[in-house]
Design a binder for this molecule. Structure first.
Ligand code: IMP
Ligand code: MG
Length: 197
């Protein structure tokens, strides 16, 4: 879907936008684990060296059938630094229904940061349930399930250096997400062909 060169260009553009929006203020990048790991690592290194940058991580319940139907977002790991008075930038891999970012925005704004911005690599604007708007958006993705560059399906494919559409075949072979780990034998798909995982 998006190759390494496109991702690198996008990340450099986002870093420039974040830097422009920060002036000379120190910023704290908050990585939403685990999907935004590689994005944050590349984004942070693309920021100008003179900018004062600190990092933190937060984790919320992962994408899944129950999450989609109930709209429930659960905090798995909180930030470990004091965000009060800080210029915070939430760094997220993808926004789809928007519930994750709505939850995180609420949670982190309660910590009284000096400012709170959202930086998202991918936007799937087709099924919004919460009116969140990222301050910085990388790429608009088609309405498909995407893996790679940190994004997973059942914890797999995060390591791919590019962004790929998960093939219907992989879905078929794995079965619905709700059945994984519930006694149904899981068949691993073979090595990805082309750019489809
Ligand atoms: P939202 O709450 O629907 O906006 O979903 C955001 C979260 O769902 C992201 O942090 C991802 O972990 C996950 N997610 C949404 N779409 C995809 C996808 O296409 N591939 C992998 N993960 C996804
Ligand atoms: Mg995920």
């Amino acid at each position: 879907m998006f190759d390494e060169a496109e991702i690198a260009l996008t990340v450099r553009r986002l870093a420039a936008e974040v830097a422009r929006g920060s002036g000379d203020e120190a910023i704290t990048l908050v990585c939403v684990l685990k999907g935004a790991l590689f994005f944050l690592a590349d984004l942070a290194r693309a920021l100008p060296a003179h900018l004062d940058v600190t990092l933190d991580c937060i984790a919320v319940s992962s994408y899944g059938a129950s999450h989609r139907s109930s709209g429930e977002v659960r905090l798995v790991k909180d930030a470990s630094t004091d965000l009060e008075g800080k210029h915070v930038v939430i760094v997220e891999d993808i926004v789809e229904d928007g519930l994750t970012l709505e939850y995180l925005t609420g949670l982190l704004s309660s910590r009284q940061p000096a400012s709170l911005r959202l930086c998202v690599l991918l936007d799937k604007p087709y099924r919004r349930r919460a009116a969140v708007r990222a301050d910085y958006t990388g790429l608009v993705a088609p309405d498909a399930f995407i893996v790679g560059y940190g994004l997973d399906y059942q914890e797999k494919y995060r390591n791919l250096p590019y962004l790929a559409r998960l093939s219907p075949k992989a879905f078929e072979e794995w079965g619905p997400a709700s059945q994984i780990g519930r006694g149904r034998p899981v068949k691993l798909p073979g090595a990805p062909r082309n750019r489809e995982a």
